[in-house]
Write a protein that binds this ligand. Structure first.
Ligand SMILES: Cc1cc2nc3c(=O)[nH]c(=O)nc-3n(C[C@H](O)[C@H](O)[C@H](O)COP(=O)(O)OP(=O)(O)OC[C@H]3O[C@@H](n4cnc5c(N)ncnc54)[C@H](O)[C@@H]3O)c2cc1C
Length: 366
């Protein structure tokens, strides 16, 4: 292997996305990251390459990534990679990166991505920005982003327009401000990105057909792997697809006096609006009244459904960070001065236990 020096930044090129699979199936975040990676590769004038690790036959899944914008997918097939383990994946990912030297590596901020990313970054001696919500390479698009989403006076600020470092933006200080971070001295520039934040492009069959696939059979030395998956036991509970849902009805602390009734009402409202799911603010999760996988917000899921209903939720900045990109927001709250009404398209002031049954009845009547 050629000598590897993460500070020789001129030797690195192309935008890479680590594509996660479970049981041989690609994850929704893969398509979001590939779609975003396409934009970054176009800004940089470079190639977009997916990196997919898995067991025998995983290459069957790879072409689909081309449909969302990957020029090429590097597929690493080995029975030892069928189920994720930190050591095997870190060894393989780092070996390939040291050999091929990508400029950027994006990873989904899933449980696997949050485990794999930091270990690879440490081994590769480079920087990683975790939990990003926005990415740019081109300075013009970054300045445009600042203009629309921040209070920076862009007209009177001097920017280094030739800067080609990836600009990685993420919430900081409990979500009270957004920080943009760069990794100017080392490559690859690594970022984990929250599932559900970035938009998936439309699938294009012609691009999928044109996508190049490179299959690598890795040399995995069993003596370097100290973990072994003996059995995968799935938690026996209802899976909630908050991120992919068209309708999300969330309940907050305002429902705490009778969470079971509120949950039932929220599900009925979600069904009346069209097969939606019930989400929650963190207050109810922290109180042990709702499951953590239903939490919407900065430390929960990011959703952008067609309709988001907030019942008894004040609209703290950390909650809004997970839902304010919803197409239509309806808020029900006793207090008309709560910040949730700042992002709501429709606001109903009053007791949710009285208003929600009326909403359900009115929707059913139509
Ligand atoms: C680092 C960090 C990360 C965080 N991450 C998240 C996150 O991911 N998601 C999240 O949600 N929060 C998060 N939080 C917590 C957040 O700051 C708020 O504390 C939380 O969102 C409040 O939840 P809530 O709106 O349900 O409760 P409250 O703020 O207590 O609001 C309850 C609301 O219900 C209304 N109400 C009361 N009774 C009724 C009724 N009968 N009918 C109608 N309305 C009623 C009240 O007027 C009030 O507006 C985070 C905080 C920190 C510091």
């Amino acid at each position: 292997m050629a000598e590897y020096n993460s500070s020789a930044i001129e030797e690195f090129s192309d935008i890479w996305v680590f594509c996660e699979q479970r049981e041989g199936k690609l994850m929704p975040t893969d398509f979001e990251l590939i779609s975003e990676g396409r934009k970054l590769a176009d800004q940089r004038g470079s190639k977009l390459i997916g990196l997919l690790l898995g067991g025998e036959g995983i290459c069957e899944a790879a072409k689909e990534l081309g449909g969302y914008g990957a020029d090429k997918v590097i597929v690493v097939e080995d029975p030892a990679l069928a189920v994720y383990t930190n050591e095997a994946y870190t060894n393989v990912v780092c070996d390939i990166i040291m050999e091929k030297k990508p400029e950027v590596l994006l990873i989904g901020a899933s449980n696997i991505g949050r485990d794999l990313g930091p270990r690879c970054a440490a081994r590769l001696h480079t920087g990683l920005t975790a939990d990003c919500t926005h990415l740019d390479i081109n300075m013009n698009t970054y300045v445009d982003f600042l203009d629309k989403n921040s209070n920076v006076d862009v007209a009177n600020t001097q920017f280094k327009m030739e800067d080609v470092n990836m600009k990685m933006t993420r919430p900081a200080f409990g979500g009270h401000l957004m920080a943009t971070i760069i990794c100017p001295r080392f490559r690859p520039c690594m970022a984990t990105v929250r599932p559900g934040v970035l938009k998936k492009a439309d699938f294009d069959q012609a691009k999928a057909d044109a996508c190049e696939i490179e299959i690598i059979k890795p040399q995995i030395d069993p003596s370097n792997i100290h973990e072994k998956v003996i059995e995968v036991v799935k938690e026996a509970k209802e899976i909630v697809d908050l991120v992919g849902a068209d309708v999300v009805v969330s309940i907050g602390n305002g429902a705490s006096k009778d969470v079971e009734t509120a949950k039932k009402l929220a599900q009925e409202l979600a069904d009346a609006l069209g097969g939606g799911v019930v989400g929650s603010s963190r207050a109810l999760v922290d109180a042990g009244l709702m499951d953590a996988d239903r939490q919407v917000g900065q430390t929960g899921k990011t959703v952008h459904p067609k309709v988001y209903v907030a019942l008894g939720i004040s609209g703290a900045i950390q909650h809004k960070a997970g839902m304010d990109n919803s197409e239509l927001i309806i808020a029900v709250n006793k207090n008309e001065n709560e910040p949730i009404f700042e992002v709501a398209d429709y606001g109903l002031v009053g007791d949710l236990f009285k208003i929600v049954p009326e909403m359900i009845e009115a929707i059913k009547a139509r």
